[in-house]
Design a binder for this molecule. Structure first.
Ligand code: FES
Length: 164
């Protein structure tokens, strides 16, 4: 089942890349128009066009289901997921320190879904430009958001990363 979801997500990202700003526009509409909750997933290409960012809201992960294999989580490859308990998007990242961290991917400004920018190692919101630093507890690096992204508890068991 995870493979089926992953293939589906890749197709969606490919569609988003093909549509260019269309996927960003869809995120804006989905994330800001409803006044809260989760927005859909999607991918965008950075302004340099050299790296693809990864938006939160990937495969649904419930209790007992792994978000990813620990070895797969590198600073260049964040893992978006959706918390099955509340339907909210999250993001698992590998910090440059080597530690793993997971954060809510719901922007604290107006609830758009943030994306991971691997070239900067930051979580960025496509709606109004807020940037969060996962290495500093997802502190706000650039507003208009004024609060950090909530941290999600994770645990590593037998080489896989789970929501705690
Ligand atoms: Fe406004 Fe994220 S929703 S910056």
């Amino acid at each position: 089942m995870p493979n089926k979801e992953r293939i589906s997500r890749k197709k969606f990202i490919g569609l988003g890349a093909a549509l260019g700003l269309g996927s960003v526009g869809a995120s804006v509409i989905a994330g800001c128009g409803g006044g809260g909750g989760s927005a859909g997933s999607g991918g965008t290409t950075t302004s340099t066009g050299t790296a693809e960012s990864t938006a939160g809201g990937g495969p649904e992960v419930g209790k007992g289901q792994a978000i990813a294999k620990e070895s797969e989580v590198t600073p260049e490859a964040a893992f978006p997921f959706t918390d099955a308990a509340n339907g909210r998007p999250g993001m698992l990242v590998r910090l440059e320190s080597g530690d793993l961290a997971a954060y809510s991917a719901v922007c604290t400004h107006q609830a758009c879904t943030v994306a991971y920018r691997p070239e900067e190692k930051k979580l960025a919101c496509p709606c109004h430009g807020s940037v969060f630093d996962p290495a500093r507890g997802a502190a706000v690096e650039n507003g208009p958001a004024s609060s950090p992204l909530p941290r999600l508890d994770i645990e590593v068991r037998e080489g896989e990363v789970f929501l705690a």
